[in-house]
Design a protein around this ligand. Structure first.
Ligand code: OKP
Ligand code: ZN
Length: 345
């Protein structure tokens, strides 16, 4: 399998994130990509190529102009207020409940307006890294649209929490959603996105919630206990023309392969019934038993089975990297899934 990866992901490397009351080194950091690339080389999964550059058209189909304008200029405005040694750019309040959700003029208010959380710092060069991740996703999508059975987009930063109007959860632009749009534009009538990251892909769900042409299915830790908390329940089935094309499988903390595999089979059967022309996998391996921020109990060999199960759908398949924070085993788990897939092709 061909991997697309960019060195420019290194341009997004904030000093820290807020995590349960502390400012800690970021879980989502450049070493994640190093771990995956090392395992790709070790296993000879296939060639690793740099991305092509793409314009912003598809990004604009997924995200609204105010968010994109903010992301591009946030650091400059933050620095204008806080000076050349400005601290990491993060919000500390939010427009909850029935407050006035009007985009403020001042930069600190804009952070409160656009961010989902205080875990997702913006640095001077973050936007360049975010754009490179989109290029990675679109370059890999182009391979699959051009006839490759599958490709791996080694995106960083991840994307599945980014909604039309908000960024957060380490995500800025929704790489998987942009790729799904690209498949539609390339002539796929129906696209399915299957999200196996530990966290609910609230952004991808929101983007396609009212649309029948892109189905979204997600396995994740239940919002009752787990970030992003306000999205991911099983009764979220889509709305209007999108009703019936959204499927959530919330799982309890402690879930291991048996229950996970059963939910996966169910999700895959739903996707099979939908009959997609292309499949996008939001590939997170933070379901791993040793993940430092997660509470599912998958083991390294279970990722092989996930890959095998996905391959049985026999669809053109694009893998888009999302989360996974157990750096030591991150490469092993990710490549296990891709190899499991390849073994069944
Ligand atoms: C991104 B992805 C620990 C709390 C977690 C955000 C989690 C984002 C996960 N700092 N807060 O879905 O893997
Ligand atoms: Zn995650």
């Amino acid at each position: 399998m061909i991997t697309i990866a960019s060195e420019d992901h290194r341009l997004h490397a904030p000093k820290g994130e807020f995590s349960f009351g502390e400012f800690v080194p970021p879980y989502e950091n450049p070493r994640r990509v190093d771990s995956i690339l090392a395992r790709i080389a070790e296993t000879r999964l296939g060639p690793v190529r740099p991305p092509e550059r793409f314009g912003a058209d598809l990004i604009r189909r997924v995200h609204n102009a105010p968010l994109l304008g903010f992301l591009e200029t946030a650091w400059t405005q933050w620095q204008a207020q806080f000076g050349p040694d400005a601290p990491p750019a993060l919000p500390l309040s939010w427009p909850v409940g029935g407050m006035r959700a009007i985009e403020p003029e001042g930069i600190t208010g804009k952070f409160a307006f656009f961010a989902l959380d205080a875990s997702t710092a913006i640095t001077p060069t973050s936007w360049a890294a975010v754009r490179s991740a989109v290029d990675v996703a679109l370059s890999a999508q182009k391979l699959v649209a051009g006839g490759e059975r599958a490709a791996f987009a080694l995106c960083r930063p991840p994307g599945h929490h980014a909604t039309p109007d908000n960024y957060g959860g380490y995500c800025f632009v929704n790489n998987a959603a942009v790729a799904a749009e690209a498949f539609r534009q390339a002539g796929a009538a129906r696209v399915a996105v299957l999200d196996v990251d530990y966290h609910h892909g609230n952004g991808t769900q929101a983007i396609f919630y009212r649309r029948p042409d892109v189905m979204f299915a997600s396995l994740h830790a239940s919002p009752e206990t787990t970030y992003p908390y306000f999205s991911g329940y099983a009764d979220e089935i889509g709305e209007g023309p999108g009703e019936g094309f959204n499927a959530n499988y919330p799982l309890r903390h402690g879930t291991a392969w048996n229950a996970y595999g059963a939910a996966l089979d169910h999700a895959l059967a739903r996707i099979e019934g939908y009959g997609p022309d292309a499949l996008v996998i939001s590939l997170g391996v933070d379901t791993f038993e040793k993940d430092p921020i997660s509470h599912l109990k998958l083991r390294s060999e279970d990722y092989i089975r996930i890959g095998e199960a996905i391959a049985r759908l026999k669809r053109p398949t694009l893998f888009v990297m999302e989360g996974g924070y157990a750096i030591e085993e991150l490469g092993l788990n990710t490549v296990n899934l891709l190899q499991g897939f390849e073994a069944k092709v």
